[in-house]
Write a protein that binds this ligand. Structure first.
Ligand SMILES: [Fe+2]
Length: 207
């Protein structure tokens, strides 16, 4: 008996022939998630290496993590993009040269995110535009109607408690960001700053 031969590429199998098991279209176990494209550990390494401010007690890495976590809570409440708020937390103060007057630090952070996008973030242009604006304009002192950018900026402003200052409600963009509950939560995060692992786990769990 002749051995069954595999049809040549592009050849239609003969009628009634059952396709081989391995010819079935592959099914993924779960739908692709946006964080699949993000190489978070490598991204974190890159920002840490390039950041002049990562060790700052005021604008360094602990502040970045609290902003990311505050942003995730707000994103849940206002339907903002959780990936954006975590990336904002990571980038927004990463390119500060000092803890005082550095008016261009947001623009430098936005530029760094653009430079790393292709290799480590994988954001489409529209999302990159949102992240760019959120970083570049975050210290401008005004609220916004864009709920994703608003969640980013409010998350940053909520961490003002690290300096012992009160939140200026007039600058807050989101309704949940203006509540005492959000301020209490920000205070709790100050007492127990989350690790990046906790931030990334919450991001992935929320998808
Ligand atoms: Fe900040």
């Amino acid at each position: 008996m002749a051995e069954a031969t595999k049809p040549a590429e592009g050849t239609k199998p003969a009628e009634g022939t059952k396709p081989a098991e391995d010819a079935k279209p592959a099914r993924s176990a779960r739908p692709a998630r946006r964080t699949d494209k993000l190489n978070l550990p490598a991204l974190l390494d890159a920002v840490r290496i390039l950041s002049p401010s990562r060790d700052s007690g005021v604008h360094g890495e602990e502040h970045w993590r609290r902003v990311a976590m505050n942003g995730l809570y707000l994103a849940d409440e206002v339907g903002a993009d959780p990936v954006m708020v975590v990336l904002f937390g990571l980038f927004h103060d990463s390119m500060r040269f000092n803890d005082f007057h550095d008016s261009q630090h947001g623009t430098r952070a936005a530029f760094l995110a653009c430079c790393l996008n292709e290799q480590l973030l994988g954001l489409p242009e529209a999302q990159m535009d949102v992240l760019y604006t959120a970083c570049a304009e975050h210290s401008g002192g005004r609220p916004t109607d864009d709920m994703t950018i608003g969640a980013c900026w409010d998350a940053d402003r909520l961490d003002i408690c690290r300096l012992g200052d009160a939140v200026d409600i007039r600058l807050m963009s989101t309704v949940p960001g203006r509540t005492l509950g959000a301020q209490r939560r920000a205070q709790e995060l100050l007492e127990t700053t989350p690790s990046w692992e906790e931030v990334f786990t919450r991001l992935k769990d929320g998808e």
